[in-house]
Design a protein around this ligand. Structure first.
Ligand code: GLA
Length: 381
């Protein structure tokens, strides 16, 4: 892929481009906890978005998307572009401007191998690689945490999704073979080796594109905020669901809508599951780790209601297989993939069972995606 990006740049804009990459991510556990300032456990993957970039002497940027096979001209100080893909790049530039950066017109070619709409954060990979490339090229001096924030605010202000920080953080901070234990409030993180001996991680992609994701995502976020507002009337100093215990939530349950109660209890329990899963990881106890993943799926499906029939079917099939330690839907939901922790000796059997059963039910096999935990944003040349 990176060769293709370089060749395309050469063809369209000539020599001398610098090449950068930033990956997609998986998340082992901790879903919809990031914007509630809780805990997550993602890792960067060996699938990335690549950018070839070089400053130009003109007044406008020239940007080519390999995946959409489309070239546009963009005024750095002009209106938001009409193409959705270009809004990510425009948004990163605007968020950098707001923070005082001086960015000159540039030529850019980008594309990658992060499957789109599969819940692997291709959009965060794009924001991260654009931010990282501009930061390096124009010596802007942002650190990686600031670049993650710039990517997150691009989603909020130029795409319309009020996402948390997890995806951009994982894309920028990932390291080979390590998962990131991130506290989304303090942004403190530790990189933990993730090497489940005798096990494999595999993703099953429903290939259902999560069209509901952005609107329903914002609804979930608002429901969590509504729960916090109720508790805050009684308990001072509450900033987010991170500060709310199940006891507090139960005390003021009668003052909130049932649905708000359900959403908030999921988040409080999910945070606890991340902590329990991390403790299990430290002990090398993958059976407990897997059980927490299963609990996460159950909560996402029944309490947070962000799953769909295809995701539930994949998770149920995996849960019923004796070689699976844990399985759950991953990412924002309403489509995309499940993440499965499976014993190596059961891997082939699980794959054929899942393919057959899913095809029988939905008329088409899921896409199997193998991932390795890899390096975050970096310059290639
Ligand atoms: C999307 C968002 C993340 C996070 C997940 C759910 O991937 O971009 O910030 O909220 O959904 O955990």
């Amino acid at each position: 892929m990176k060769t293709k990006i370089q060749e395309q740049f050469h063809k369209l804009f000539g020599e001398g481009a610098s090449l950068f990459a930033s990956p997609g991510r998986v998340n082992l556990i901790g879903e919809h906890t990031d914007y509630n300032l809780g805990f997550v456990l993602p890792g960067a993957i060996d699938k990335a978005i690549y950018v070839a970039i070089k400053p130009n002497d003109g007044r406008l940027c020239r940007i080519h998307s390999v995946d959409y096979n489309e070239t546009i001209e963009m005024d750095l100080n002009g209106e938001k572009p009409t193409q959705q893909w270009a809004c990510y790049i425009y948004g990163v530039v605007q968020e950098m401007h707001k923070r005082g950066a001086l960015i000159h017109p540039f030529d850019m070619v980008f594309g990658g191998d992060v499957p789109l709409g599969a819940g692997l954060s291709s959009s965060a990979a794009l924001e991260s690689v654009v931010g990282f490339a501009l930061n390096t090229l124009f010596h802007l001096g942002f650190d990686r945490a600031q670049l993650a924030k710039i990517g997150q605010m691009t989603e909020h202000n130029y795409v319309g999704v009020r996402c948390g920080i997890m995806d951009q953080f994982a894309s920028l901070f990932g390291e080979k073979g390590k998962v990131i234990r991130l506290d989304c409030r303090s942004l403190e993180c530790t990189l933990e080796p993730f090497d489940p001996q005798g096990c494999k991680v595999v993703l099953f992609d429903t290939q259902v594109k999560h069209t509901l994701a952005s609107s329903e995502y914002n609804v979930r976020r608002a429901q969590c905020e509504a729960g916090v507002a109720v508790v805050l009337k009684h308990v001072g100093g509450i900033e987010s669901l991170r500060d709310v215990t199940m006891d507090m939530l139960n005390s003021y349950k009668s003052e909130m809508e049932e649905i708000v109660y359900r959403r908030c209890s999921f988040v409080i329990n999910e945070n606890q599951r991340v902590m329990d899963a991390c403790a299990a990881l430290e002990q090398g106890d993958y059976a407990t780790f897997g059980a927490k993943m299963n609990g996460s799926h159950e909560g996402l499906s029944k309490w947070y209601e962000v799953s769909c029939a295809e995701l539930d079917f994949l998770a149920d099939t995996a849960h019923a297989h004796s070689g699976v330690l844990g399985a759950r839907m991953m990412g924002g939901g309403f489509g995309g993939c499940t993440i499965n922790l499976v014993k190596a000796e059961a891997y082939d059997d699980l794959l054929s069972e899942v393919k057959d059963k899913f095809a029988h039910q939905f008329g088409k096999a899921p896409r199997i995606i193998e991932v390795n935990i890899s390096q975050g944003a970096h310059q290639i040349s």
